[in-house]
Design a protein. Structure first.
Length: 507
């Protein structure tokens, strides 16, 4: 039998759980890192953002995690860890396709949106090849002193807040019994939802407006979108960065396709389908949605015609509803990281940054309030913020799905997300490094969340009336910027840029 008594048990050894374990070890806490699987392994959720990189850099400096710091920039990553898979991400790109038609680059880029996240290649964001990154972070946690229990299934969790030892955890590692006593549990299992299951925490996904599912995999030999466009359209010279070096979004009818390219010749490709309005996913019913997508959209079919599935996972994977929302995210002796408390959608790549923001805030609580009664209040605030953040992300994403077939509205509404993330980044840059980290994307600011709700309501009203004329789209754009302009400090509100934003970097 494996018998251990530790200060903290972290459930899940992906990048967030492993990072949490490293931080706790740096504080002098004893940590057991428990996972039902082992590394390396396939994982999805690969697109980082400036917000994520800022948080990662802050955590590395605050807790002395020198081996983690290089992951916050593409340039330093390549210098320090060239064999750990990643891809360059200069920003976000969105391309509106029409079924049965070649994609057209207009003189005013009316079917495109490119938003820069960095000013040059070395400072750029990254796509994380999660099998490599998760394994590297896990190894770093072990080097810091964490006890790693892989291939360990949790069988029983007894929690008694009145007892001296709050948690008794029983499991099995390759048939060998495991018994762990601990004071605090961090759930970093994501969709695995270990604490949600053992504590029987109710789900409240019905509060979310976004309702999507996905089909995805990793591929070799996905051809270049930039190379496909270049011979046909002179106007791609206006692009602020190579569109293959981005989180690439191909917007279809009621669905969209992501493409994230890694240096190793791999490309993560996923089809996300909107299920919120039955009948709106216009993929032929007699075909598999993946084949229907390739057949209906000729440019996408060409990009994928020579592509072969990579192993892992070696096949296309499909999901049910992507959205999750727990009714609780923390208690007096436990906490979920954001991805365990809920998830909204891959659109706009909020996942890694949101998770890291939760690591940062929870680490600060455990650093400053271990053994103090004020930890209870701090964890209550943490829970409230995490749930507020998930609801805000839901609203930011749901409006984009509502407008996905109406690109001018989509562009205008997506600016809510870009303004939110720029505000968050600037707030971090301009504030004291020692202050309590703020809620992700300003989710606890009532005036900001009210603006998002009001613009979403206006969007719904406009599109429900059925008037999708350019004149009506311009009225909606003016409405959006009337409320957003006071928050715009990087030029997103300028109509002269024609959907091409080269200078939005804050860091």
């Amino acid at each position: 039998m494996v018998l251990r008594e530790v200060d903290v048990v972290v459930l899940g050894s992906g990048f967030s759980g492993s990072l949490m374990a490293q931080i706790l070890c740096s504080m002098g806490r004893s940590v057991a890192l428990v996972d039902r699987g082992s590394h390396p392994r396939f994982a999805i959720g690969e697109s980082s953002t400036p917000s994520a990189n800022m948080i990662l850099d802050t955590l590395a400096r605050r807790y002395g995690l020198e081996e983690i710091s290089p992951f916050s920039r593409y340039g330093t990553w390549q210098e320090s860890y060239p064999k750990i898979g990643c891809g360059m991400k200069r920003g976000f790109s969105y391309f509106q396709h029409q079924p049965g038609e070649e994609f057209q680059v207009g003189s005013n880029h009316e079917n495109e949106l490119l938003v820069a996240g960095s000013n040059d290649d070395s400072l750029s964001d990254t796509h994380w090849l999660r099998a490599d990154v998760d394994a590297a972070f896990c190894q770093a946690a072990v080097k810091r002193g964490a006890l790693l229990l892989q291939d360990t299934e949790i069988i029983r969790m007894d929690y008694n807040p009145a007892a001296k030892t709050k948690w008794q955890i029983e499991g099995a590692t390759v048939g060998e019994p495991v018994h762990i006593k601990t004071e605090f549990v961090v759930d970093a299992t994501g969709a695995g939802g270990v604490l949600k299951r053992f504590l029987q925490i109710p789900d409240q996904v019905d509060q979310l407006q976004t309702h999507t599912s996905a089909i995805y995999g990793h591929f070799h030999k996905v051809s270049s979108w930039h190379d496909q466009l270049a011979p046909r359209h002179d106007h791609i010279q206006d692009y602020p960065f190579c569109c293959d070096h981005s989180a690439q979004h191909h917007l279809l009818e009621g669905s969209w396709l992501w493409m994230l390219r890694f240096n190793q010749g791999l490309t993560s490709v996923g089809l996300v389908m909107d299920q919120s309005r039955p009948g709106k996913v216009h993929l032929a019913e007699q075909e598999h949605p993946w084949e229907s997508m390739k057949n209906r959209y000729p440019d996408l079919g060409r990009m994928l015609q020579d592509a072969t599935l990579a192993d892992p996972p070696g096949k296309l994977l499909s999901t049910g509803r992507l959205q999750r929302l727990s009714s609780q995210a923390a208690g007096r002796d436990w906490a979920m990281l954001p991805h365990a408390a809920g998830f909204i959608d891959p659109l706009h790549s909020t996942g890694i940054a949101h998770t890291l923001s939760g690591v940062e805030r929870l680490a600060r609580i455990l650093e400053q309030s271990w053994g103090h009664e004020d930890r209870i209040t701090a964890l209550q605030t943490y829970q409230q913020q995490v749930l507020q953040e998930l609801v805000l992300i839901d609203r930011l994403v749901a409006g984009c799905y509502r407008a996905m077939n109406h690109f001018p509205w989509f562009v205008s509404y997506s600016m809510l997300y870009f303004i939110a993330t720029v505000r968050y980044e600037l707030d971090r840059l301009e504030g004291s490094q020692d202050r309590t980290p703020t809620a992700f994307l300003g989710a606890d600011q009532a005036d900001w969340t009210r603006i998002v709700s009001n613009v979403l309501e206006r969007l719904e009203n406009d599109l429900n009336q059925g008037d999708s004329s350019l004149q009506q789209a311009e009225k909606f754009r003016e409405t959006v910027w009337k409320v957003l302009k006071p928050f715009d400090r990087v030029g997103l509100s300028s109509p002269e840029v024609h959907h091409m934003y080269p200078h939005t970097a804050t860091w």
